[in-house]
Design a protein. Structure first.
Lengths: 325, 387
C-alpha cells in the first residue's frame, strides 16, 4: 500500500483518535528494521502521553521498537523552533535568531503572518523528507505527521495559497513553493481518521472533497474504534425486533451456574442486545458512506481496555495485515 | 454513570435568574455545541428568554434549530416556549469575519473602514489568525449582552466555544490578540507613521534594526508595510484592542456568568477539562460543573464481568441456544469493561477536583436531527441518578 509515499499526514475530527492511529501507522511502517519518524505539530505532547514518556523536546528521539528490529522516532515541532532552524539553514542566522527570540520577535513574526506558522511546520516535515533524497545517514524510511484536525487540514497543507495572500515574492514564498512541491506530490498521502458515527463520517466526506479540490493527495480512511458485531445476522435480526427467546436464555444462564432471580439479568441482556443491534445498523450505514468514497479503508477495533502500548502494537499489526508496510 | 461527585443540578442552574451567561467549553469532539443547544432549548422551555451562540454547528444540528443561513444575527427558533407560553429561543452561528468587519464599520468612518477592510493584512487577520475566532466569539458575546441590557431581548445567553487545540484558548486568545495589536513591536513598526518611536535607546534601535531586517528577509517588505498601514488606520478609531479584550474578559468574571466544562470519558478530554477547571479557579471564574458526555451505561445487575465471561466460556462449547446466551454474556462483559475503564478515568478527575459538581449523558446511537433529539439530551442532562 502506498509505495513511494514518504510523508503520511494523519488528520481526523477531534476525538476520533488521530494521534493513536498516527502512532500505530508509524509502528506498522517501521517493520523489519526500518526507521520511521512520528511528528506532532500542535504542542499537545500527545505522542509522549501515548507512549508514556516524558514530554518530547525539539529533537528527534527513539520512542519505540517495532517487531523485527524497526524503530519509531518522535519529534514534537513548534513554529518558534522551526523558524530558528529555518534562519539557521537558509541564512546562517542562528545567533540573531536567539536574540530575536529573547525579544519576543519570533512570536511576533509567526503572529503577523499566520500562514508563516504552517509553512514552518510543514517545511520541517519536508526537510525530513528531503533527507531521503539526499540519502542522508539520518534519513527515515517514512514520516508520519500527526496533523491538525479535518476542519483545518486543507488550509494547513495548502501553504502556497496561505502565504500568497501575504508574501507575493521573497524567500518565504520560495520556501512555500518548495514545501508545496512535496506536499502535493505522490510522495505525500493525507489520511483521515473517522468513527462510524454520523458527524465524523460527514466531516470525513467533506474533508476528502476539500483535499481533492485543493489538489492534495488523499491517501486512505482509517475507521477507528469499530465494534465487531458480537451476534450473528439472525441473532441481530431477533435482537432488533425483540424476539430473542427470553425463557431459553434464562435456562441457559441457569445451566451455566448464573442465578437470575426475577429474570433481571435476562431482561438486561435482551436490552443490551437490542442496543447493540441498533448500533450495528448505524455502523453499517456509516460504513457504506465511507466505502462510497472509494478510498483504501482500514478498520481498527475499539479496544475495551483503552489504548496502552500493547494496544498500539495490536493496532499496528492489524494495519500490517491490512497491507500497510 | 454514577460519579463520586456532587450532582450538577442542571434545572437549578437554568432556573437561576441571576445567571445570565453560561459558557460551554471543553476539548474538540466532546459535544460542546450539542450540549449548548440542548441547555438553551431546555431553559427556553422552562420559561427563559434564551439566545444561544454556536460556533461551528454540524449541518443537521443547525437545521434542527432552523439555522439555514449564516447571517451572524440571532434568529428565533419557531415554536419553542414554556408550558405557560413564556420563554423563547434565539439561535445564531458566529461568522467571525463578518463580526470583525462589523466592528471595523461601527468604529470607523466609511472611508477609513474601507481602507482597513481592503488591507491585505487585515484580511489575513480576520479570516485565519489563530485566535480570531475566539476573540470574535467574545466580541459577539459582548454585543449580545449589550443588546440584552438595552432592550431585554434575552435573560440568558448560552455560548459555545470554538474548537481550539486547547479549551484554554478561549480565555487566552483575545488577550493575546489584544496585546499583540497593542504591543511594542507593532508600535515600533509603525513608529515612522506615528512618531511614537522617537527617543528609543541605541540598543533598542539595534535590536529593532535586526528585527525588521530579518522580518523583511523572511516575509518580504510588503508584509511589514501592510501591517504598518493597518495599524496606522485602526489606531485612531479603536479604543485599543486590548481594552476591548479586557472588557469582555471582565464580563466572564462577573457574577451572572457560569461555566459548564464538557468532556468525554477519555484521557485527553478529561485532561483538558482538568486544565480548564484549574484555570477558572485561579481566575476566580464561576464553574457550574462538569458534563460528561458519551458515557457507556450499564444496567445494575449482580452479574460481574468475570462471571459473565466464565459462563460464556462454558456455554460456547454447547448447543445453539447456549451459544446465543454466551454471545449475549460476552456483549455484556464487553460493555462492563468499557464502563469500568470510563468510570476509572472519570474518578481520577473527581478525586483530583472533589468540589466539582458533575452530570453524565449516555452515549446515544444517533446524532441529533431535531428539537426532539435536543430535548432528549436536555432530559438526560437533568436526570438525577439516585445514589
Amino acid at each position: 500500500m502506498w509505495p513511494g509515499v514518504a510523508l503520511h499526514v494523519v488528520s481526523g475530527k477531534g476525538g476520533t483518535g488521530k494521534t493513536t492511529v498516527a502512532a500505530a501507522l508509524a509502528l506498522a511502517l517501521a517493520h523489519q528494521g526500518k526507521r520511521t519518524l512520528l511528528m506532532e505539530v500542535e504542542d499537545r505532547q500527545g505522542i509522549a502521553q501515548l507512549f508514556d514518556t516524558p514530554p518530547l523536546p525539539y529533537e528527534e528521539r527513539k520512542i519505540a521498537v517495532a517487531p523485527g528490529g524497526g524503530e519509531v522516532w518522535a519529534l514534537a515541532i513548534n513554529a518558534q523552533e522551526a523558524l530558528l532552524d529555518y534562519l539557521d539553514i537558509f541564512y546562517n542566522l542562528r545567533r540573531a535568531g536567539s536574540v530575536l527570540r529573547r525579544m519576543g520577535a519570533i512570536d511576533f513574526a509567526t503572529t503577523i503572518a499566520p500562514g508563516l506558522r504552517d509553512v514552518l511546520l510543514t517545511g520541517k516535515a519536508c526537510e525530513v523528507v528531503r533527507r531521503i533524497d539526499k540519502r542522508a545517514p539520518n534519513a527515515y524510511s517514512a514520516i508520519v505527521l500527526d496533523a491538525p484536525p479535518t476542519g483545518r487540514i486543507a488550509r494547513f497543507l495548502n501553504v502556497n495559497s496561505e502565504v500568497s495572500g501575504l508574501a507575493k515574492v521573497g524567500p518565504i514564498r520560495n520556501h512555500a513553493d518548495l514545501v508545496m512541491s512535496i506536499i502535493s506530490s505522490p510522495r505525500t498521502a493525507v489520511h483521515l481518521v473517522t468513527l462510524l458515527e454520523e458527524m465524523p463520517v460527514q466531516e470525513t466526506a467533506d474533508g476528502v472533497a476539500e483535499l481533492r479540490a485543493a489538489n492534495l493527495p488523499v491517501g486512505g480512511i482509517f475507521v477507528n474504534m469499530t465494534r465487531k458485531p458480537m451476534l450473528t445476522g439472525e441473532q441481530l435480526q431477533e435482537a432488533r425486533s425483540g424476539t430473542l427467546p427470553a425463557e431459553i436464555i434464562g435456562q441457559c444462564l441457569n445451566e451455566s451456574g448464573i442465578e437470575d432471580l426475577g429474570a433481571t439479568i435476562v431482561s438486561t441482556l435482551l436490552r443490551e442486545a437490542n442496543e447493540h443491534a441498533l448500533r450495528v445498523d448505524l455502523e453499517a450505514r456509516e460504513s457504506e458512506r465511507i466505502v462510497e468514497l472509494g478510498l483504501p479503508t482500514f478498520f481498527l477495533p475499539l479496544l475495551s481496555e483503552g489504548i496502552d502500548l500493547g494496544g498500539l502494537y495490536e493496532l499496528a499489526n492489524l494495519l500490517r495485515e491490512g497491507g500497510i508496510r | 454513570m454514577r460519579l463520586n461527585a456532587p450532582v450538577l443540578e442542571i434545572d437549578a442552574l437554568l432556573g437561576d435568574m441571576s445567571i445570565t451567561i453560561i459558557v460551554c467549553t471543553g476539548a474538540g469532539g466532546v459535544g460542546k455545541t450539542t450540549t449548548a443547544a440542548a441547555l438553551a432549548l431546555r431553559a427556553a422551555e422552562q420559561g427563559r428568554d434564551v439566545c444561544v451562540l454556536t460556533i461551528d454547528p454540524a449541518k443537521r444540528l443547525a437545521q434542527a434549530m432552523g439555522l439555514s443561513v449564516l447571517d451572524n444575527t440571532p434568529r428565533r427558533v419557531e415554536g419553542v416556549c414554556g408550558a405557560d407560553g413564556k420563554g423563547s429561543l434565539h439561535a445564531m452561528m458566529l461568522d467571525m469575519k463578518r463580526t470583525f468587519d462589523e466592528v471595523v464599520e461601527e468604529h470607523a468612518d466609511p472611508e477609513r473602514a474601507q481602507t482597513i477592510l481592503d488591507n491585505p493584512f487585515y484580511q489575513a487577520l480576520s479570516s485565519s489568525f489563530a485566535g480570531t475566532q475566539e476573540y470574535m466569539a467574545m466580541e459577539k458575546l459582548g454585543q449580545l449582552r449589550a443588546k440584552a441590557d438595552e432592550d431585554g431581548s434575552w435573560d440568558l445567553i448560552i455560548v459555545d466555544t470554538p474548537p481550539s487545540r486547547s479549551a484554554l484558548d478561549f480565555l487566552d486568545a483575545p488577550e493575546r490578540l489584544g496585546s499583540f495589536l497593542d504591543g511594542r513591536f507593532i508600535r515600533i513598526l509603525t513608529a515612522p507613521a506615528r512618531g511614537a518611536g522617537r527617543g528609543i535607546g541605541k540598543i533598542a534601535a539595534f535590536s529593532f534594526g535586526l528585527f525588521t531586517s530579518v522580518l523583511n528577509k523572511i516575509l518580504g517588505s510588503q508584509v511589514l508595510a501592510d501591517v504598518g498601514s493597518f495599524v496606522a488606520a485602526i489606531d485612531t478609531t479603536f479604543g485599543g484592542f486590548r481594552e476591548r479584550a479586557d472588557a469582555t474578559y471582565t464580563l466572564l468574571q462577573a457574577a451572572g456568568t457560569s461555566f459548564v466544562v464538557i468532556a468525554a470519558p477519555e484521557r485527553d478530554a478529561l485532561r483538558e477539562a482538568a486544565f480548564f477547571v484549574e484555570r477558572l479557579k485561579s481566575d476566580s471564574m464561576p464553574l457550574a460543573g462538569l458534563v460528561l458526555n458519551r458515557v457507556q451505561e450499564v444496567r445494575e445487575t449482580n452479574l460481574s464481568t468475570e462471571q459473565a465471561t466464565a459462563s460464556a466460556e462454558k456455554l460456547e462449547k454447547l448447543g445453539a441456544n447456549e451459544r446465543l446466551t454466551a454471545a449475549l454474556l460476552r456483549l455484556h462483559a464487553d460493555r462492563q469493561r468499557i464502563y469500568t475503564r470510563q468510570l476509572h478515568l472519570a474518578e481520577r478527575f473527581t478525586a483530583a477536583h472533589p468540589g466539582v459538581a458533575a452530570t453524565t449523558v449516555p452515549a446515544l446511537a444517533e446524532d441529533v436531527h431535531d428539537l426532539a433529539g435536543l430535548r432528549e439530551i436536555g432530559d438526560l442532562l437533568a436526570t438525577r441518578l439516585e445514589t
